[in-house]
Structures are given as C-alpha cells and as structure tokens.
Write a protein that binds this ligand. Structure first.
Ligand code: ZN
Length: 304
C-alpha cells in the first residue's frame, strides 16, 4: 500500500499544496488564496481546507510546510517575513498544529526549493550545493554533504543579505552592499532606471542588452560581476560543487553564460575548477515538492 505526505507552500498571497507518494511523485497539486489580511483563523482554515481537498481519499501521515522567513517554535513567529505582518505575529503555526493529527514540519521556503532541486538534479552527482531564489528578493538554501543545512535556528544560507561592499547600496534590511540590493528583480529595475531613466522589467532589459544597448550592457556587466563575487565567496566558505538558480530573475541566460567566468577568478583553491551554475528545473512546483519531502523524511522514508 502506498504511503502519502502533504507538502504546503505558504506565501503572502497564496497557499499551495501537493500530495506525494513515497516515490516523491506529485499526484495532486492545488492552490488557493492565503488571505493573511483576514486574520490567522482564516489562514489556518484555508490551509486545512486546501490540505483536505488535495489529499482526497488518500490517508497522509505528515505535512511539510515551507514559509517565508525563519520559523522559531519558541516564539511561534516567522522572523524575516516583513511583507506579511501576520506571519511575524505569534499564534498562526501553534493554532494550525492544534487542528492537526499528523506531524507538521516547518521550513524556510528557500530551503524547500533547495531540497526539491537537489533531489531532482544533483543527488548522487554532487553532495554540496546551494540553491538561490532570485525574484522580488534573494534567498537561498544549502545542502552540505547531502544534508539540508539550516543551522541551529534555521537561518543559515542567507546569501541575499551577505554584503559584498560596506559602502554599497542600502538594502531593505538596513545593511549596505547586500546581494539582494543588486540582484533582485526590483534592484535590477532600479539600477537600470538610474542609468537610463526608464523603468523596465529585467527580461525587457535583457532584450535591450542583446541588441547592444549601452545602459543594459552596463547593468548586466555590473550584475554578473557582483553575482560572481558573491557566489565565489560562498564557494570559498562552503566548498560548494554547484549553484542552482531559481525564481523569476533566473530566466536571464547571462547568469549561466557569464557568471562562472567571474567566479573562476575569485574561487580560491584548485585552478581550472569551474563551479557550474545550474538552472532550477522544477519551475514553480519546487517549493511545494520540497515541503512534501520534509513530510516523507518525518515518515522515515527519506534522509537529508
Ligand atoms: Zn540586506
């Protein structure tokens, strides 16, 4: 008889769920609005209804859930979810737990993406990789020696808020020179506006780059160099074998073509060892699948 887990990806505007079996296949996937503005009871009701709807007749044994920020069980708060104030107040997760009869495992959403992508495309080829989400923000998850590395309080791998310039651009977190302040979608847009006076989406700026437009060229030359320095720092500290890139901004091909060359100059150690940047392959199902893998682990069906 098959065994099942539920994965949930809780976001600020939507909540998504999937049902997986023990071979990690997604059998059902559904979504609905999360509605945090309507209060925690409503969010919990949305999650429970979605889980029940997704499971159907399948009897699942655990739920894994990816959330923004870092959930601290002691305080019952998701720290670092500033775009959704409700998630930074206590009570949501503890209320959800009281309504469940199966284990609930909470993890940062970037860690969930890292897990899903690692098992989909790196497992048995590499054992030490970082997955980076580049979109409205910049987050990352770490797999070190085939283990999800979350650190004692779950905040390991915050590459987006690692600085490459103490006098650099001011980040939303209050620090200067963070990766996110240069490489997130809004940061790319802002820099292009500084250079050209025009507001365009990153993909539109890339189209101009292909035609040789000088401001687009300046933007992407800078951005590839910054990404290369930032990723090389991570390689030098963690001994990464590969970097996986996901999120809306990851669709720009330059990152894969140009950034490894910058990294070659900055990675310390063995000359000629190129660290590949791989494109995330699971698209927008990575977060919810990674969450489900946490459920399978809680059932004793996976190790990481
Ligand atoms: Zn920052």
């Amino acid at each position: 008889m098959s065994r099942y887990a539920i994965g949930i990806d809780l976001g600020g505007t939507k909540v998504e769920a999937c049902l997986v079996d023990e071979s990690r296949r997604i059998l059902v996937r559904k979504r609905r609005p999360s509605e945090p503005r309507l209060g925690r009871e409503k969010v919990v009701a949305n999650i429970l209804e979605l889980a029940a709807d997704t499971a159907g007749d399948a009897s699942y044994e655990a739920i894994g859930m990816g959330t923004p920020g870092t959930y601290h069980a002691g305080d019952d708060i998701m720290y670092g979810a500033p775009h959704t104030p409700l998630y930074e107040k206590p009570g949501l997760i503890s209320l959800l737990r009281t309504k469940l009869t199966v284990p609930l495992i909470i993890e940062n959403d970037a860690n969930c993406l890292a897990l899903a992508e690692f098992f989909a495309q790196c497992y048995r080829k590499y054992d030490t990789v970082m997955a980076v989400i580049l979109g409205t923000g910049m987050g990352s998850g770490l797999i070190l020696g085939n283990k999800l590395h979350r650190g004692p309080i779950g905040n390991a791998g915050e590459i987006g808020h690692s600085s490459i310039d103490i006098n650099g651009r001011l980040c939303e977190c209050g620090r200067r020179g963070c990766g996110e302040a240069y490489l997130s979608g809004p940061s790319l847009k802002r820099r292009y506006k500084e250079l050209s006076g025009e507001t365009l989406l990153p993909q539109e700026i890339f189209e101009r780059f292909k035609k040789g437009e000088p401001n687009a060229r300046t933007l992407f030359d800078e951005s590839c160099r910054i990404m290369g320095e930032l990723f090389a720092n991570c390689v030098n500290i963690l001994g990464l074998q590969a970097i996986i890139l996901g999120g809306g901004v990851s669709n720009i091909p330059l990152w894969y073509d140009c950034v490894p060359a910058y990294m070659d100059k900055a990675v310390f150690g063995i000359p000629g060892r190129r660290i590949p940047i791989l494109k995330a392959g699971l698209g927008d199902s990575a977060g919810v699948l990674g969450a489900a893998l946490l459920g399978l682990r809680a059932m004793g069906l996976m190790e990481f």
